[in-house]
Ligand binder design. Sequence first.
Ligand code: NAG
Ligand code: NAG
Ligand code: NAG
Length: 413
Amino acid sequence: MAKRWVAALLAAMPWMVESQAEKPVYAHFIVGIVENYTVDDWKADITQAQEIGIDGFALNCAPERIDGYTPKQLANAYQAAEELGFKMFISFDFAYWSPGDTADITDIVGNYNDGAIVSTFVGDNMDWNAVKSALPNQKITALSNIQDPSFLASAQTGLDGAFSWYAWPTDGGNSIIPGPMTTIWDERFIQNLAGRPYMAPVSPWFFTHFNTKNWVFICEDQPTRRWEQMLTLKPALVEIVTWNDFGESHYISGSQPNHSDDGSSAWASGYPHDGFRTLWAPYIAAYKSGADKPIVESDQLVYWYRTTPKDIVCTSDTLGPPNGIQYLADVVFVATMLTEPAELTMTSGGNAPVTVTIDAGIRTTNFTIGVGQQSFSVSRNGAMILSGTSDKEVTSSCETYNYNPYVGVLSST
Ligand SMILES: *[C@@H]1O[C@H](CO)[C@@H](O)[C@H](O)[C@H]1NC(C)=O
Ligand SMILES: *[C@@H]1O[C@H](CO)[C@@H](O)[C@H](O)[C@H]1NC(C)=O
Ligand SMILES: *[C@@H]1O[C@H](CO)[C@@H](O)[C@H](O)[C@H]1NC(C)=O
């Protein structure tokens, strides 16, 4: 309804269109796991992203010498995007590219840029002036990932703005600090950018369990807290970190069956994150329109929790527990999306049911975790409006560590 009203207003006052321009929301997409994607696979992902208001993917990719399929998958991605009215831009992954690749980078930007953004993962020292002067007829907006925001005050590398990868509580690098997530890094970027656009990262979680990296960042209520921060900070752009990085457990995509498995199925398989899309749709709409609060249109509830308490020792895990778990709380998180206040009751395993009164809007509550079934119900004026039990139990035994959250949704039918 509000949307129709705005549309009518804009039709009556076309000069307002400019100032009403919506802010863009992109999502980081790992091309390295879609070697064999077809255009239809890309379309399946794009459709899911468009359903919650995501405007485009930042295509994280390595050079062809590392991943021979990069050119083919970039072509597939752009073709699918064009057919569905979606945006794509390249996020050169400087774990693999270097400034010595400027000629190849220029080629790719020349083929695909079209007045769009170019971004990176690290690659702080990439000089975009060279790319821009080689492509004088293209508008290029370089929003590199920068690790030290103070570099931005005096950078002479053709940057138009910057993107931060500090999407989780950290002192910098990969140091793990207690939560919750703050906007300290965002403020450093904004200050040093002095009016140039800042692309802020929004991530729901971080857990990785490879033999080369084995840690958690302390995310907890971050799936809602981080968006609340965005609605206050109102950065020029947001990049969701990520769409499909199953390896670091910050995916929000559905379980697309045709990506390749880098070993992360050990913790991602059977741990859907679709509920994060349900939860984020109103936040994305609010951010894009400049609103301070999300608008909830129907009563829903999204919950997430780890499926083993942190003192449980897994019996056949050669890597040991992930670093950082000492800072985690053994709780179940419930984000209620309510049109009016209501009573939320949660029963976690053998714990006694706990009932709390919850305001309208999106509110995040946590409950001490209990081993066993996880049940949720919401009632209003004595009538039950939502109720259900999660498909996944919390267990007191495990073979390998999995600190990826299980995410579920309850919707009224
Ligand atoms: C995935 O691969 C299967 C088998 O090749 C194919 O039938 C399907 O269309 C592909 N895409 C999706 C989105 O499932
Ligand atoms: C992609 O397809 C090729 C050819 O069928 C196959 O050899 C390769 O293993 C596949 N890659 C992945 C990651 O599944
Ligand atoms: C759980 O909720 C309580 C009460 O609001 C809050 O003080 C605490 O920080 C929350 N715990 C986590 C891990 O978010």
